[in-house]
Write a protein that binds this ligand. Structure first.
Ligand code: DPN
Ligand code: ZN
Length: 323
């Protein structure tokens, strides 16, 4: 795995320098297992299956040059996920929007079982920046969420609410797809969404274990967040709360008054000595030295972080809507 200690900023429109980290929420000795804590019968998501989706996204980027908004590699990424979800029995919709003279796409997949009056939504942005394959940012969140959705289907989960998964377009250009989606909902449809969980960068090579701060951002929800925290607590992995503000796709939901939560393993910020002590990895290096760079490829993923986050997503789904 290639790791570089310097970071070339790439002029993306989402400056993330304003991210604030607040104190540790737990600090317990790490344990090797990633099995879910016993109380909820959530499945252990196969990280090999998540990696297989990442391989597909990498090969799409290899074929088309990238997976960015308006480029054929983005639409090919949408087609790959939609094919998987359709075959598993999801009801899928591709929502088109126009941005910068190019057609953008959101993929929405609803699981047919479950009471329709209440909806739990989970999302990840599927687009990358133009100059790389975008495997950690955000193939990681996209692939983890896809595998959780496929596991919902495999287990034929009968949830207590509708489960709706979404993969957003044009996040890298200013949260365009997710904002378009929320704007397209009626007041009634917005009111039916009881929460939105966001997964953006969950396999950073020099990983940190960040959970969205319920207090530090508009409409952060402690109740929605809780199972994600509980999952890491159960593994004995310390987490820190992070205030992501308007820097990922939960923002449009938060603006609409919908409770939000999520996880994150870090971008271009530097890991401190204290963080390396509790999480391993390299103090003084970025969490993701390849953030927005051409080296954000298959080698730029921490398998353990990806595995833990995929399992945490499943644990949150099964805790919130039963199984
Ligand atoms: N929004 C991410 C990106 O796509 O560049 C970076 C990021 C993700 C920042 C999650 C904070 C939290
Ligand atoms: Zn990005």
């Amino acid at each position: 795995m290639t790791r570089r200690s310097t970071l070339t900023r790439t002029g993306h429109v989402l400056a993330i320098a304003g991210i604030l980290f607040s104190g540790a929420t737990a600090a317990v000795a790490a344990e090797p297992s990633t099995a879910a804590p016993a109380a909820v019968a959530a499945p252990d998501i196969s990280v090999e299956d998540v990696q297989a989706h990442l391989q597909e996204l990498q090969s799409i980027a290899d074929t088309h040059g990238n997976r960015a908004h308006g480029e054929p590699g983005f639409k090919a990424s949408i087609d790959y996920l939609q094919g998987q979800l359709d075959a598993a029995g999801f009801t899928t919709t591709v929502q088109e929007f126009d941005f910068f003279g190019q057609t953008g796409y959101n993929l929405v997949a609803e699981w047919p079982a479950g009471e329709a009056s209440e909806v739990l939504m989970l999302g990840a942005h599927l687009d990358g920046v133009p100059n790389g394959p975008g495997i950690n940012d955000n193939g990681s969140g996209s692939a983890a969420l896809l595998e959780v959705a496929l596991t919902v289907a495999e287990q034929d989960l009968q949830p207590s609410k509708k489960l709706r998964f979404a993969w957003w377009g044009a996040e890298e250009l200013g949260l365009v797809g997710s904002t378009h989606y929320v704007d397209s909902l009626s007041d009634e449809e917005k009111a039916a969404i009881t929460g939105y969980l966001n997964f953006d960068m969950v396999g950073s090579p020099n990983a940190g274990y960040f959970v969205y701060s319920p207090d530090g951002q508009p409409d952060g929800s402690a109740e929605l967040q809780q199972p994600l925290n509980d999952y890491f607590d159960g593994l004995g992995v310390a987490t820190e709360e992070v205030e992501i503000g308007g820097r990922s796709d939960h923002a449009a939901f938060a603006d609409a008054g919908i409770p939000t939560a999520g996880t994150f393993t870090g971008a271009e910020e530097t890991k401190t000595a204290e963080q390396a002590e509790k999480w391993g990895g390299t103090a003084g290096d970025a969490f993701d030295p390849c953030y927005h760079r051409s080296c954000d490829d298959l080698d730029n993923v921490n398998t353990e972080a990806l595995d833990r986050n995929a399992d945490a997503i499943a644990y949150a789904v099964w805790t919130h809507v039963g199984g």
